[in-house]
Unconditional design. Structure first.
Length: 115
């Protein structure tokens, strides 16, 4: 926590402010960082117990902000699915560090949503 002359700022607030994230986008980002493997929107929504459409909106914004990477996987019987994972954990940590706070929320052991 950082204390300014008039307000204490939590790590979550700093990360959300640094990347202009709403609460759901923040929770999805932290979930993906903790579970660093490719996942579908459906897998994320089930693990986080949130609606699929809520996750889709959050993932779309995280991809646009460059925080999450989308990969297309072609299926053997035709069609495809999209898989998502965090883009670059060290770059995200670096951006938060540049704000003057050790990004412990991006490290193991945080209270963020885990599966």
């Amino acid at each position: 926590m950082i204390t300014f002359s008039c307000k204490k700022i939590t790590e979550e607030e700093l990360i959300r402010c640094s990347f202009d994230l709403n609460k759901t986008e923040y929770n999805v980002l932290i979930f993906l960082l903790r579970n660093d493997k490719m996942r579908t929107v459906l897998q994320i929504s089930k693990a986080m117990e949130l609606e699929r459409t809520t996750i889709q909106k959050s993932i779309k914004n995280l991809v646009e902000k460059g925080l999450v990477k989308r990969t297309q996987k072609n299926l053997s019987k035709g069609g495809y699915i999209f898989l998502y994972k965090p883009n670059n954990k060290e770059e995200i940590k670096s951006k938060v560090n540049n704000c003057g706070l050790k990004p412990t929320a991006l490290s193991e052991g945080s209270n963020a949503t885990q599966a």
